[in-house]
Write a protein that binds this ligand. Structure first.
Ligand SMILES: *Cc1c(COP(=O)(O)O)cnc(C)c1O
Length: 396
């Protein structure tokens, strides 16, 4: 079996044709190799494979053909030399950071990141002697001031969760590189369709493939992408020896998810833009943040680094928590959930769910007011969604 080379094609074609490894049966759809291990023709082949002289598979914790197909397809799409799939998005984030550091090193991260990512940086890394500094991601001077000679890695998310603000990836990459640190970008909210952090100067991109890449709410997964050198030096052995590998079944679901990624994300982004437009004029919406609108707080950076808006809309409903709850409870199509990137539209009240552990001052600092809701637009008809949202606002 050998993978097809699709690098000369356009993105949509690569999402369908990239990384295919066809077996002797010539199947159309990618095969699901549910196998733990592999057999060898003879002892010498087993020996050669363990020595790395023969490039076949050994054990599915290290690699599996279905997982390889997923890794190659997403790597080609992202424009990365290499990718490693993981069991969850958090496994990808944790490994991308842990794989680079040792006791005595220092990391810097922006404060508006997914809750569990903040946990890894603020609580877990310091347990192993890796100090961390959390900065306001918009403040380039704060990034500059946070850099130390032992700073090994920087971490950010853009657009941020849940307020959808946008950080300048190219500028932050330059600051990281000035002290020899690597920049890791969590690109979940923009998806690989709308933003390519590696092209902007980042060294590593991570995804929770649980979100738009599956896109239909089925499997958990993650992936780490970067140069061959970055992955080989920091990630490859870490996964191989510690075992947070993606299961072949989940890789197969993600592989099929990639085939429809561009179609889905385009449609969901289109819908989100129209929902945002309808909300922007609504008297019960106090504040609206949507990347792609000229009134977005970092509209110039959005234009510079993103090719499209977002499938997500953040807005503040009048009357605080009471208003937000009344609004969410009156929705008929959009369901209350902390998840996102699904074909089904989902809504979250961050102050009482994903960010409830934070102190009120911390939430205020991140712009998470009691009236803020985060809407993940799905694939339903846009007019039904606009009707649902505007009807529910009557309850506020
Ligand atoms: C969901 C998410 C994660 C974590 O991914 P899991 O697959 O749930 O482990 C990390 N970062 C962002 C931005 C996310 O949305």
């Amino acid at each position: 079996m050998s993978a097809s080379d699709t690098s000369k094609y356009r993105p949509e074609t690569r999402l369908v044709q990239g990384g295919i490894l066809r077996s002797q049966f010539g199947e159309t759809s990618e095969a699901l190799f549910l196998t733990q291990g592999y057999v060898y023709d003879n002892s010498a082949q087993a020996e050669a494979r363990f020595k790395g002289e023969d490039h076949g598979y050994q054990y599915s914790r290290f690699a599996n053909p279905t997982v390889t197909m997923f890794e190659q397809r997403i790597a080609e799409f992202e424009g990365a030399e290499a990718a490693r799939a993981t069991a969850t998005g958090m496994a990808a984030v944790t490994l991308a950071m842990m794989g680079q550091v040792k006791a005595g090193d220092h990391v810097v991260a922006s404060k508006a990141i997914f809750g569990s990512c903040l946990y890894v940086v603020e609580d877990y890394l310091p347990r192993y002697g890796v100090t961390s500094t959390i900065v306001d991601g918009f403040d380039l001077d704060a990034w500059r001031k946070a850099m130390r000679p032992n700073t090994k890695a920087c971490f950010l998310e853009s657009p941020t969760n849940p307020t959808l603000e946008v950080l300048d990836i190219a500028e932050i990459a330059k600051i990281a590189h000035s002290v020899g640190a690597k920049l890791v970008v969590d690109n979940v909210f923009s998806t690989p369709l709308w933003q390519s952090p590696l092209q902007l100067g980042a060294d590593c991109v991570v995804y929770s493939t649980t979100k738009h890449i599956d896109g239909q709410g089925r499997c958990l997964g993650g992936v780490i992408l970067g140069s061959e050198k970055f992955i080989n030096e920091n990630i490859h052995n870490y996964i191989r020896q510690t075992g947070p590998s993606m299961s072949p079944f989940n890789a197969w679901v993600m592989l099929k998810g990639l085939e429809t990624l561009a179609v889905r994300v385009r449609a969901q982004t289109d819908t989100a833009g129209k929902v945002a437009e309808a909300l922007s004029k609504h008297p019960k919406v106090k504040k609206l943040i949507y990347p792609g609108r000229p009134d977005h707080p970092q509209a110039a950076i959005v234009k510079k680094q993103m090719r499209g808006g977002s499938t997500m809309v953040a807005f503040e409903v009048a009357n605080g928590k009471k208003g937000a709850f009344a609004f969410q409870d009156a929705l008929k199509i959009v369901r209350i959930s902390n998840n996102l990137g699904d074909a089904k539209s989902l809504i979250t009240h961050p102050a009482t769910t994903t960010h409830y552990r934070l102190k009120p001052e911390q939430r205020a600092d991140l712009g998470i007011s009691d009236g803020l809701v985060r809407l993940s637009c799905g694939l339903e008809h846009v007019d039904d969604l606009i009707d649902d949202v505007t009807n529910a606002l009557k309850a506020v």
